[in-house]
Design a protein around this ligand. Structure first.
Ligand code: ZN
Length: 240
């Protein structure tokens, strides 16, 4: 079992290319699984959707993908996210919209569940942020490992057979009889204070959260040119 798991690319091609280069270096044989939010916020939705389609074995949908498709109510998005959704709708090519439309909400393989938000009602786009959220969600999937994205904050959470849960660091051994919820972080817009692209590698019974730098200023220049909100441009260099 060798997979690289990437999430929340958000139309940031520089970050996506840097993550893919790093994956080829760290785990060249790994299959790539994508957890949703290909678009929204960033300046190159078409480039990101077609590159993801060409490189990932599995792609699932995020709330921004559904927002662009008109499948979810964007009144609940903040004003910057909403502005970016409108901008993205205008920029997207028909064929890439159809690619997004084919993304399912969840996918299960090799004892791993992939979901953008939470195993409980994935289309409601709730966040999995607390131990309480985690406890509730462990009861809603059967696989040993569940990968999520959505919050742009990476973590590895382990649940022992006794029911006790604990947060592990950036790398951990996958133990038999234990279950895991892992947030793969965000490739294109990290929010944990580290602006580098984040993704996860799972191989040889181990899981690791990886970070890789990319040309943030180049992406910011493209966003300025596209007229995307200043708040979204600035947050990339802060990783918040
Ligand atoms: Zn996102």
């Amino acid at each position: 079992m060798r997979y690289a798991v990437i999430s929340d690319v958000h139309a940031n091609i520089e970050a996506l290319e840097a993550a893919l280069r790093d994956i080829r270096k760290q785990a060249p044989e790994a299959e790539i699984l994508f957890l949703g939010d290909a678009v929204g916020y960033g300046p190159e939705p078409n480039e990101c959707v077609s590159l993801l389609r060409d490189t990932c074995r599995i792609l699932i949908a995020g709330n921004h993908d559904w927002g662009v498709l008109g499948l979810t109510n964007i009144e609940y998005f903040n004003e910057y996210a909403r502005a970016a959704i409108h901008w993205t709708k205008d920029a997207m090519l028909y064929e890439n919209m159809e690619t997004l439309r084919a993304f399912p909400l969840t996918k299960s393989l090799d004892n791993i569940l992939l979901v953008h938000s939470t195993p409980i009602r994935p289309s409601e786009w709730n966040y999995l942020l607390t131990m309480h959220d985690a406890e509730a969600n462990f009861g809603h999937f059967r696989e040993g490992i569940c990968f999520v994205g959505h919050s742009h904050r990476p973590f590895i959470l382990e649940r022992l057979a006794s029911g006790e849960m604990r947060l592990l660091g950036d790398r951990a051994k996958i133990s038999k009889g234990r279950r895991y919820i892992i947030n793969a972080g965000s490739v294109g817009q990290p929010r944990d204070g580290d602006p580098r692209a984040c993704y996860a590698i799972i191989k040889d019974g181990r899981i690791e959260l990886m970070r890789v730098g990319y040309d943030i200023e180049k992406t910011q220049g493209k966003m300025r040119k596209a007229g995307l909100p200043v708040f979204l441009i600035e947050r990339l260099s802060e990783g918040r």
